[in-house]
Structures are given as C-alpha cells and as structure tokens.
Ligand binder design. Structure first.
Ligand code: ADP
Length: 489
C-alpha cells in the first residue's frame, strides 16, 4: 500500500504517528493512507518554522516579493482547478460543482492577499510633540498555528495560510482528521511556487493530540481555528494561558427571515440553497426559518417543491445537488436530531430519512429535511446540527421576530428576504450576527470581513483587516530636534 508523505519543516516524509486514512464518503473507498504527525514532528516543524521566519531570506523580503509567491500559488491553483476540485470531492464528498467553487475561492484568496500585502501601509499618527515624530508599523507575529475542519478544506485552509504568509509569518497547518489531502496539495503548490523551506508545514493528526500540542507549543504566537464551539473554547483557554491571540470561527444556528413583502420565489430558492447546499454541513447554514404568518403557506409550499426536486447523487456526477455527509457517525448524529425534533412535537414535512435507493447504500446520504410545529426553544432550534435539517416557524410581528432570531447562543449569520431596503437595514442592525445577507444567502467575498458574534467566534478573517490580524503593531518615536533631556541635571 502506497503511503503519502506529509510536509514537516520543509521535508516530505512519513509522519511519526499512527496510520490515518482519507475515505471517499460516497462509497467508503480508500483515497489515501498516511502516517499522522507525531509530537516530535510538531516540535521539529515549529523549530524549523521559528528559524525560517527569522531567516533574512524571508524576514528581509519586501511585501511585493512575498506577494510574488502568493500570486504564483493562485495561478497554479487556477491552472489545476479541475484536478484539485476532483480531489477535494473525493476527500469530503462535496458535489464537484461546489468543490470547484472552493478551489476557485482558494485561488482568489491567494491573489487577494498578494495584492493586499503590497498595499498594506503603516501610519504616521498626528504629532503631539513639535520635535518628535511617531510611526506606527506592523510586523509579523512569528510562528502561527492554523487548525481547520473538514467541511471546506481548501478554501478555509487558504483563508489562513495566505494572509499569514503575506504578513511574513511561518505557518503550521493542522487539517481535520477526515480530510488531509488538500492541505498536503497546498503544501506542494507553495513549495513549487518557491516558498522557502520551513515556512509552511502540514501536520495531519488527531486534534486532541497534535492540534493541542501545536497550540500549546511555546513558540506558537497565534492560534487561528475554524471548527466547533467546544474545541474553540478549549483553544481560547490555551491562548489565554499563553497570552497569545486566538481567532475563532465557530458554530452557528443562523436564522433566515421572510417578511410579508418578500419575493416568494427568490426567497424560497435562496433559503433552499442556504440550508441544503453542502448537505447543510456549513457553519453558516440557514437552519432556522422564520416566515411572516401572512406568507407562511405559500413560501413553505414552494420551498417543499424545490426541496423535493433536489437531486441526491454521486458527488462527481454532473447535476448532483446533494452528496453524502462526511461519515456514518455524523449521519447518525443528524438522524438523532430528527428523532429528537419529533419527540419535541415537530412534524417532518419532507425528508427525515436515509434514501431507500440501493445506489446510496455504500455512502452516507441523508434526505433534505424540513420540520415544522416547533418553537425556537426546541433543542433542534438551539443546537447546531450541521446537516440538511431546516425548522420552519411563523412569526407575527417584528418585535417577536427579533427576540426569537437573537435567542441563540450563536451569532454567525442571518438572511433577510424583503423588498423594503430601509426596513431590511433597520432589522440587519438589530440582528446579533456577524454577517447579514439581504435577498441572498451564503455568498462570500474575500474582501469582506467574516466572523461571528457571541459563541460563533472571536476575531475576523478576510479583508484588509484580515491581514493585520496576523501582525503585531509597533510604535516608534523619533526625535527630530536637537534638544537633550534635562531630567538628570
Ligand atoms: P468539527 O465539529 O467541525 O469536526 P472540531 O472542532 O472537533 O470540529 O475540529 C476542527 C479541527 O480542530 C480539526 O482539525 C480537529 O482535529 C481540531 N481539534 C479537535 N480537538 C482539538 C483540540 N483539543 N486541540 C486542537 N485542535 C483540535
């Protein structure tokens, strides 16, 4: 059996840890086997990274020179988009069309941070002394850790690596257990693009062992994490102990809201995509649907029609809307939530089961599911399911709507469907979430910051400020006059 090497401190070699496997969720077949990183590999990668970011070959590169490497990586990804997308699909089961989107987003992120790092400027704060000038400059943090989940690997990994390197750091990436392949692909692309050795390592392995050791390593100066809230809270503790910054992109239970004047067709289509694309395995999935009572039936009727028409299928097959969930264990959890919804008094309007067709028998498909008859207090409305399950509820007035939409420990995103732009902006201000989509849902722009309120996270990624988040600010006072200090006279 061929074993994949992993990329440790600039060297491709076998990890010192246990065997790990990447499986295709559509049929459980084996994509690749590799040895996970060991604790010694973590120590080696961090030490090499520490040398590499201080090395004049990297430290003294000017931003436009660092940008060249990122630009090359973006170009290489675009050239190989089709192959990378296929590999992404094999690794986590996303339909190919969605995987193409993730790969294109990774290329765009590399290009964006290439430009951003060339354009990034320091400041000359306004003088408060006639003969002293002050400068505010930004410097790299050093060695930084990126820990990523399995749902959108290549995009979320580039979202951390690109700004971290653009800022002049060295990065150690710990991909999710189930999906190590794209991270290793990225390492090889950065190597091909001429990134000096040691500045990027990819250490697949168990989160609680390798991820934890990486976060705790004394030389690691920032933790950037995307994943579940429980792990995020743990890493926030680790960061607090070390007094280092942590950027946390965590869970969500996002409300989508249909007001009485919404375009029903536009809303139904957007809501359908917002919850069921990626099989609902998205932190931003719009999983709580609030519909004004006056349009509840027409909206729900159209949404049910659209949902029943979704094509479950092989993720590599053209036209598939919904591929398998990531694993049998995850599907079990999703199914338990559907049972719980019924125990809590909910009625399943569509879906709710494993598809019966034997073509789905070897993978982990689950039907897109819509439930009604529950209040926002139900556990299925309060807990993140991370699967294709939507709960629909009616509301009567704005005050009740805002109270219920905000009644969640999470605050990642919200959707609003209305023709009244002024009302939409007023409501957007009152929603306690990091992103509000109005008459659209689940669209992203690398130039627009992203992150959560409340237990959905801490810090922001993307945008120009996403670059500064990987740097530390330094103030310099420069005396321009000739006066001497007379204190010690
Ligand atoms: P999910 O629920 O999305 O699988 P997790 O939060 O468990 O989310 O995992 C996201 C990433 O965090 C994965 O790469 C995983 O290996 C890693 N991880 C899990 N537990 C820890 C931990 N204790 N310390 C560091 N990383 C962890």
């Amino acid at each position: 059996m061929e074993l994949l090497n992993i990329f440790i401190g600039g060297e491709w070699r076998q990890g010192g840890g246990e065997l790990m496997h990447s499986h295709f969720p559509a049929d459980g077949s084996l994509n690749a086997t590799l040895h996970a990183a060991s604790l010694e590999d973590v120590a080696f990668a961090v030490e090499r990274a520490e040398q590499a970011w201080r090395d004049p070959n990297w430290r003294d590169l000017l931003p436009h020179q660092r940008a060249t490497i990122l630009r090359r990586v973006g170009d290489l990804i675009q050239l190989r988009l089709e192959r990378l997308a296929e590999q992404q699909t094999l690794d986590n089961g996303k339909p190919l069309a969605e995987a193409r989107g993730l790969v294109a987003s990774a290329a765009a992120t590399a290009h964006y941070y290439a430009s951003a790092c060339e354009l990034q400027e320091g400041e000359l704060p306004t003088a408060r002394h006639s003969d002293i000038m002050t400068l505010s400059r930004y410097q790299p943090l050093g060695v930084v850790a990126a820990i990523t989940p399995w749902n959108s690997p290549i995009a979320s990994e580039m979202q951390k690596i690109a700004p971290a390197l653009a800022a002049g750091n060295a990065v150690i990436l710990k991909p999710a257990e189930a999906t190590p392949l794209m991270a290793l692909e990225l390492a090889s692309l950065f190597e091909e693009a001429g990134l000096p050795a040691g500045l990027l390592s990819v250490l697949p392995g168990k989160g609680s062992v390798i991820g934890d050791a990486l976060a705790r390593h004394p030389l690691v100066r920032k933790i950037s994490f995307t994943g579940g809230t429980r792990t995020g809270r743990h890493l926030a503790h680790v960061a607090a102990e070390k007094l280092i910054p942590a950027s946390l992109e965590l869970g969500g239970k996002s409300p989508t809201i249909v007001l009485e004047d919404a375009d029903i067709e536009q809303a139904a289509r957007g809501i359908c995509y917002g919850i069921f694309s990626s099989g609902g395995q998205a932190c931003i999935a719009g999983s709580r649907l609030f519909i004004h009572r006056s349009v509840y039936q027409p909206l729900l009727t159209r949404l049910l029609e659209l949902t029943r028409g979704l094509r479950l299928g092989h993720p590599l097959q053209h036209g598939t809307h919904i591929g398998p969930l990531i694993s049998a264990a995850h599907r079990e959890q999703v199914m338990r939530y559907v049972e719980l919804a019924q125990e809590e008094g909910g009625q399943v309007l569509c879906g709710g089961e494993i598809p019966a067709d034997p073509v789905f028998a070897a993978g982990y498909w689950f039907q897109p599911t819509i439930i009604e008859g529950l209040s926002n207090q139900a556990r299925v409305c309060q807990e993140e399911i991370f699967g294709p399950v939507l709960v629909a509820m009616a509301f009567d007035d704005e005050q009740q709507l805002i109270a219920e939409a905000n009644d969640s420990v999470y605050g990642l995103a919200a959707g609003l469907w209305t023709r009244d732009a002024a009302r939409a902006l007023r409501l957007a201000d009152r929603l306690e979430v990091g992103t509000v989509w109005i008459n659209t849902y689940k669209v992203f722009s690398v130039s627009t910051p992203f992150g959560g309120f409340k237990e959905s996270g801490l810090g922001r990624e993307k945008g120009i400020q996403g670059l500064k988040a990987w740097m530390q600010q330094k103030s310099i006072y420069l005396a321009t006059g000739t006066s001497v200090n007379h204190w010690c006279d």
